[in-house]
Design a protein around this ligand. Structure first.
Ligand SMILES: *Cc1c(COP(=O)(O)O)cnc(C)c1O
Length: 349
């Protein structure tokens, strides 16, 4: 979901962007108008996340999965072993992709105790001393598992897939070597990926790394080695401005906590709906839930769709339902969903 104000602005300036008499999709990415947008968007992202000067910000192609191979290729000169935590579907796929390039060790996986799923504690993971980096996913979009621990791995750089919770709360950037995110969950349209990389991790790529996916080339060319996904970048820029207008990430975090509390409280107080993720790992962005009687699933989905609730079907890997309540989802959207769920339980339960 994108903020309505952002979509309205994009609509209003679609045919004449910035007084150019053309759309943003038609201007040269190297022209002064687009370069100005690019610089400002990077500055806004730096402000939002308090990104220190020794970190580079890249706007790349290839979404989240694109980084699953881009990271091992670009860090290959740090060593042959990549250490991974697996906490759900996305981190599992990251392991498969990494194993094509580096020896990839899985340090820990989730536990299931009394029907409750819990992710391992981040800092209990023992990384091999000669590991090139430690990789994890801070929000498992499919499973609804979020990891809130601050990583501390000494000299081993931490690489994190934040595709589905980036910009949902403030971060301490210096805890990480590389933060990456496919844009389409919490930033903008699909295709764009944002990469925040510490300077000393640039230039360690394999010789055969394609230039388009080389951090070194992209840093040297201000993310314009090839034509960047310009419309995605433009919308991301509007979303960054919108986030600043909302009061920045501390304000957004409060808003997100309030939204997810509303939904989890309702689910926990009901015997009709359930969520089996340990309290310490409950995602603020993606809230999966099951109906006590799964025979009602199809009816629930059809009925909710009719009333204007979209994309409530759980991911095909896990089934059930899932409410994705990214930054742009207003509190009223969550309140309306709870009202719908209450009424469904009353009439069908
Ligand atoms: C969606 C998602 C991806 C994959 O993103 P694509 O842009 O489809 O490649 C990777 N990681 C996480 C956590 C995601 O939510």
């Amino acid at each position: 979901m994108l903020p309505k104000a952002v979509l309205q602005r994009a609509q209003a300036e679609l045919l004449d962007w910035n007084g150019t008499g053309t759309s943003v999709m038609e201007v040269s990415h190297r022209g002064s108008d687009f370069m100005k947008l690019a610089r400002k968007s990077e500055q806004d992202l730096r402000t939002l996340l308090s990104i220190p000067d020794n970190y580079k910000v890249l706007f790349m192609h290839g979404g989240g999965r694109g980084q699953f191979f881009t990271v091992p290729m670009n860090l290959a000169k740090r060593g042959n072993i990549a250490s991974h935590l697996v906490s759900g579907e996305w981190s599992k796929i990251a392991v498969q992709e990494s194993a094509k390039y580096l020896q990839t060790e899985v340090l820990a996986e989730n536990s299931l105790i009394d029907g409750v799923v819990k992710a391992p504690s981040l800092n209990d993971c023992k990384v091999s001393p000669d590991s090139a980096y430690f990789h994890y996913c801070s929000n498992e979009t499919v499973n609804g598992i979020e990891i809130f621990d601050r990583p501390a791995f000494g000299d081993t750089p931490v690489v994190v897939d934040m595709s589905s919770n980036i910009l949902s709360r403030p971060l301490n950037i210096e805890d990480y070597g590389i933060i990456y995110a496919g844009a389409q969950k919490n930033i903008g349209p699909a295709g764009l990926s944002i990469v925040i990389v510490r300077e000393d991790l640039v230039g360690l790529e394999r010789e055969d790394t394609p230039a388009v996916f080389s951090y070194k080339e992209q840093v040297a060319n201000f993310s314009m080695y090839n034509t960047p996904p310009t419309f995605g970048w433009y919308l991301a820029a509007l979303v960054f401005e919108w986030l600043l207008e909302q009061g920045g990430l501390a304000a957004i975090e409060q808003h997100n906590i309030r939204k997810c509390d509303t939904l989890y409280k309702f689910i926990d107080n009901s015997d009709f709906y359930s969520n089996n993720i340990h309290e310490s790992n409950r995602s603020r962005m993606n809230i999966p839930f099951l109906l006590a009687n799964s025979e009602l699933d199809e009816h629930f989905l059809a009925q909710s769709h009719k009333e204007g609730f979209h994309a409530l079907k759980g991911h095909r890997f896990v089934g059930g339902m899932r409410a994705s309540i990214y930054n742009a989802m207003p509190q009223e959207g969550v309140d309306a969903l709870v009202e719908f769920m209450r009424e469904f339980e009353r009439t069908q339960g």
